[in-house]
Unconditional design. Structure first.
Length: 393
């Protein structure tokens, strides 16, 4: 049986990018099942464009249009504009295709080995569908972080800076791209491009509004994010992070998350002291994986759709190492796929899903273990290439 499974997994069509693109396109079409049933997020996104054009608050409640409120920056109005101008069904369809296509292309052009890419396409497919059902921009955030890393690797600092600033001014998460600054061979060039793109992208939404309006909306956005962070602390649908996991499982709510965030940042930064390892691509890729995991584990805004970012990080960690992964690593990947990848899926009984996985933010548990394992390896392992190993074998 084991040999038959191996033979099946090595069939050429399973690693054909055209087949994989077709599957990811199909997932986008499946995401359309939420049209007129649960597409509130897309309505919020459309509203960002129209409220910008009309000069009304981007962060006020509009119960006649949608529930909840917008939490994205004014720059998002330009990204969503082409989709907001179309009929609702067409706009949502193209939005989902745009999101999945963006991430697919980012992985394809990333510079990761083909075996790594194929592993990611298959492993992250289910989590991608969850994010597509929610029409969430987190799919694009995963692509933005990945692109900022590999553009620095390819010495395209101008475009790397573009994506870092874009992600920051849309959803703040993009700022983690600065974690790759030390890997740049042209730090001054990168710094200058960051300054240039910050000015250009800050001013860009003024093309469809006015300077006073946009500046005012950036002030409102900051206030909105501060309030949202407070609300997220005990939110059922948010804070699906290491912070939320500890808070919910211990039952202690009256403490500062800084008790976890500060040690987490110290542990995250420690591998940067291993300057001798910077020359190894596997080491730098594992830092990328750490960034993708950190942004979910230590954010109160982490939600179900954000796990496409975390699982991308898990896949890169698993496949980047120049040594062959053992049985414990394989078992952990299965644990990640079942709990972190499928934890929000209807295939899991509602009682387990609601009363345990969601109530205690258990989806954060497997990727927390991965991140701690990853940090240990970054601090102790030698990433000098030994031999090429297909990590999914």
């Amino acid at each position: 049986m084991k040999e038959r499974i191996k033979q099946f997994l090595t069939l050429p069509f399973l690693s054909d990018r055209r087949v994989l693109l077709g599957i990811w396109t199909l997932l986008s079409l499946v995401g359309m099942l939420k049209l007129h049933r649960s597409h509130n997020n897309f309505l919020i996104f459309k509203g960002v464009y129209w409220h910008t054009v009309n000069g009304t608050s981007l962060y006020a409640a509009y119960p006649s249009e949608y529930s909840d409120v917008n939490h994205y920056g004014p720059l998002f109005s330009l990204i969503i504009a082409p989709f907001a101008l179309l009929p609702e069904w067409a706009g949502m369809l193209l939005w989902l295709l745009f999101l999945s296509g963006w991430l697919f292309a980012a992985i394809y052009w990333s510079g990761l080995r083909k075996s790594q890419q194929v592993y990611i396409y298959w492993f992250c497919g289910f989590t991608l569908l969850t994010a597509l059902f929610m029409q969430q921009f987190n799919i694009a955030i995963a692509a933005i972080i990945l692109s900022s890393f590999f553009l620095i690797e390819k010495e395209h600092e101008g475009w790397a800076a573009f994506f870092i600033v874009l992600g920051t001014l849309v959803k703040l998460y993009g700022i983690v791209g600065l974690a790759f600054f030390l890997f740049s061979r042209h730090k001054l060039r990168l710094t200058l491009w960051l300054a240039v793109w910050s000015v250009i992208l800050f001013l860009a939404p003024m093309a469809i509004s006015s300077p006073d309006y946009i500046i005012g909306q950036y002030h409102e956005w900051f206030t909105c994010l501060v309030e949202k962070n407070t609300h997220n602390l005990n939110s059922f649908a948010q804070n699906i992070s290491l912070l939320g996991f500890v808070r919910r499982t211990t039952g202690h709510a009256n403490y500062s998350d800084l008790w976890l965030i500060i040690p987490g940042m110290a542990l995250f930064a420690l591998p940067y002291l291993r300057f001798s390892q910077y020359k190894n691509l596997a080491f730098r890729e594992t830092i990328l994986a750490s960034v993708l995991l950190f942004v979910i584990l230590f954010s109160t805004g982490s939600e179900a759709s954000g796990y496409v970012i975390a699982l991308l990080g898990v896949c890169i960690w698993y496949t980047a190492a120049p040594w062959k992964r053992g049985k414990w690593a394989i078992a952990l990947m299965v644990f990640v796929f079942i709990l972190s990848g499928m934890g929000n899926c209807d295939l899991i009984p509602k009682t387990i899903r609601h009363d345990y996985i969601q109530t205690y933010a258990l989806r954060a548990l497997p990727i927390s273990i991965v991140w701690l394992w990853l940090c240990y390896e970054l601090c102790t392992k030698d990433y000098t290439p030994i031999e090429k190993v297909d990590a999914h074998e």
